[in-house]
Write a protein that binds this ligand. Sequence first.
Ligand SMILES: Nc1nc2c(ncn2[C@@H]2O[C@H](COP(=O)(O)OP(=O)(O)OP(=O)(O)O)[C@@H](O)[C@H]2O)c(=O)[nH]1
Ligand SMILES: [Mg+2]
Length: 441
Amino acid sequence: MFDTIVALATPPLKSALAIIRMSGPKTEEILEIIFKSGRKIEPNYVRYGKIINPDDEQMIDEVMATFFQGPHSFTGEDMAEISCHGSVLIANQIIEMIIKLGARYAERGEFTSRAFYNQKIDLVQAEAINDLINAKSYGAKNLSLNALKGETSKLLFPLVEDLASLLANIEVNIDYPEYKDIEELTYLQIQSKIINCQNVIDDLIKDGKKNIIVLEGVKVALVGEPNVGKSSLLNALIAEDKAIVTSIPGTTRDVVEGEIVLEGVLIHLFDTAGIRETTDPIERLGIQRSIKNIEEADLVIYVKDQTEEQPNNYLNKLLLNKNVILVYNKSDLLCNLHDDKLKVSALNNDIGALKNAIVKELHLNNITSTKPSLCSARQIALLEKAAEELHQAIEESRSQTPLDLVSIHIKSAYDYLNELLGREIRVDLEKEIFARFCVGK
Ligand SMILES: Nc1nc2c(ncn2[C@@H]2O[C@H](COP(=O)(O)OP(=O)(O)OP(=O)(O)O)[C@@H](O)[C@H]2O)c(=O)[nH]1
Ligand SMILES: [Mg+2]
């Protein structure tokens, strides 16, 4: 049994309303003490009333309060939501009073973790709540919403079911070969069942990897020699005068970050210090940061402002094996540049071609974000582990290894998928066997 927790659900800022949430066994008792509406508290009714301090009978605020009775609540336990006026002072006073009456301040994410432990949501849904709150693009929002609704978890249910069924079948074949009503499994049949599951997992991994950038966004670094207009390009792309621009080479030292959304995908842009030989210790530190940014970027925009220069071997070496778009800035000044080159002018805000090039290079317009997809790093890692176990199971069954050894790998894959959903392996396979096959009837 959990204790009772309380927290401010809205930001601690001056606003029209603030919402205080409470969850746990003492919720109803505490609400009865502090909330006076002239009526008995009833679940699922929003009531207008007053919050009264029981110590001195003073009114703290006029509020709307709702009580939800467990298990029919978000956390699965008794819960209350109090909407008070949006003063940090009032909200704190109410929270302090609730704590004095036996609750404690909730830790980060504790309401969601209770919902998970009380089996109101699975782990994929719990992760989605955080992703939804942090979503900065419609693509990420759609993915998170699908996961929160349980659509994403549903992708796994048939798979888990098939593996459980296969495991049970193998167990029965090993342990109860005398039963007539048991389907006898050949190695070929086992292989074909595992291959079916493996194909489904492979598709999920492929789709997840495609969508991971919808959820997390992409890192794009603007790099080049000093004074070519990297900071001007950042400002033009984010339509904000964020980075300092001057005609003095070596202006940018610290990395300046900006964000844009292209085709529903969040692009994290990084304007970096121009790379050149320098004795200035501060500029050198800036250049080190530029190099780190190149290493971490999914895509590098290599900005130049002229064609006739010598190739910059140092920069070219840094960009080796990177995904690079070469762009010529200051097209308003360039007259001898061939048409097939990508040209922009940050000064004239003529940057459409660069945006199109980013979309094309990252294949952003092929990304589907309306369908559910398991695409967080944790989810993909577990899918990959499950796929590897199934691969081993196929190999073992091909070499006709004893069935109990084959089933060890299938069980591991099954466990990884359950871990993905945050399920304890509550399903006792012995029970499964009896439930499915009525063995011993
Ligand atoms: N004519 C023209 N000038 C530009 C354009 N973009 C930038 N500039 C000018 O080029 C100079 C350098 O621009 P910045 O954006 O500071 O260049 P940077 O690459 O960030 O330079 P560092 O921070 O020193 O590496 C400034 O004087 C800008 O006004 C452009 O499209 N056309
Ligand atoms: Mg700059």
